[in-house]
Structures are given as structure tokens and as C-alpha cells.
Design a protein around this ligand. Structure first.
Ligand code: ZN
Length: 80
């Protein structure tokens, strides 16, 4: 049972692939709805969950999609 003792001190700062996948899913789930610019779960714009996941991914250097997709303000649609 020394698994946990071993990994106690060191790897708490690294973002594991599992975490990244988890955070990405949060970003996806809490992404602003294009129609109203709000999170479909929380009902607000750039909800805390989304911000948290975005922050963590950014800190880990793991942003893999263009931030514009999420950060882009809605209200004026450029294309028809
Ligand atoms: Zn949300």
C-alpha cells in the first residue's frame, strides 16, 4: 500500500491527461450557447465552472481549441 505515499508530495502540481480530458469536457459542457451566449447548465455567461476549467487548462498549457470559440461575444452574427 505504498502507492499513495509515493505520489503524495511530487505530482500534485502536474496536470494529468485524465484531468485535462475532464477539464475539456467541462469546457465543452459549459460552453456558451451560441444562441444566447450563456452556459446551458448554469444559465450565465462564462460561468464559474467554465472559468475554472479554462484557467486550469491555460495554466497547464493544454488549450487545444481556439479560445475564440468560447470567448467570442454573441449578439452580432456575422454570417447567414
Ligand atoms: Zn456552467
Amino acid at each position: 500500500m505504498s502507492f499513495f505515499e509515493d505520489s503524495k508530495g511530487e505530482s500534485s502540481h502536474a496536470t494529468s491527461p485524465e484531468q485535462v480530458a475532464h477539464l475539456r469536457r467541462i469546457l465543452d459542457t459549459h460552453a456558451n450557447e451560441p444562441s444566447n451566449g450563456k452556459c446551458p447548465i448554469c444559465g450565465i455567461r462564462a460561468c464559474p465552472d467554465w472559468r475554472y476549467a479554462y484557467d486550469q487548462l491555460a495554466a497547464a498549457g493544454q488549450l487545444m481549441a481556439e479560445p475564440e470559440r468560447w470567448l467570442r461575444p454573441t449578439g452580432r452574427e456575422g454570417r447567414r
